[in-house]
Design a protein around this ligand. Structure first.
Ligand SMILES: [Zn+2]
Length: 161
């Protein structure tokens, strides 16, 4: 990772008293736009990370509030994996990502900021000299770019099978 120092992640940590942010998304589907949800399946959803390592940093999250992947059913695990695959494909084909980091931080000592609710991180990567996203990369703290990227990604996911 290029961006190990991530001060913007502090906001999640400071908001912990409001409960689990992922369960809040699960329970408020009418606020998907406000929460930057891109896609929902039966048992999981895809959402933009508000405190990204890189523009287009997304997360695949199960609806169930579990702190251990071994507590998820095979059905849910497979559904999450399938959504990760679709997301990687879309990031490469439609946003021109040259590479993608995927992974999970299981437990606080492994770096999870929301350890109580497991989630996949999907971080697209670009070589320095490629497409429009490089421009966004240098200005990622501005919310207008974040909103533009949300609209673009959401539109792309409308056409995902
Ligand atoms: Zn939760």
């Amino acid at each position: 990772m290029d961006y190990m120092y991530a001060p913007w992640r502090g906001e999640y940590i400071n908001n912990k008293e409001k409960g689990c942010p992922f369960c809040n998304i699960v329970n408020n589907s009418s606020k998907d736009e406000e929460h930057h949800v891109l896609y929902r399946t039966k048992n999981c959803f895809l959402v933009m990370n508000k405190y990204p390592y890189n523009p287009g940093h997304l997360m695949v999250v199960p609806n169930l509030h579990k702190d251990s992947i071994e507590d998820l059913s095979s059905e849910v695990w497979l559904e999450m994996s399938t959504l990760v695959q679709k997301t990687v494909k879309l990031l490469k084909e439609k946003l021109g990502a040259n590479g993608v980091n995927i992974g999970m931080n299981l437990g606080e000592c492994a770096g999870a900021s929301i350890a109580e609710h497991v989630h996949f991180h999907i971080v697209p990567r670009w070589r320095k000299d490629t497409n429009f996203i490089t421009t966004i990369a240098s200005t990622r703290v501005y919310s207008t770019d974040f909103e533009k990227l949300y609209i673009k990604l959401r539109d792309l996911f409308l056409h995902v099978e």
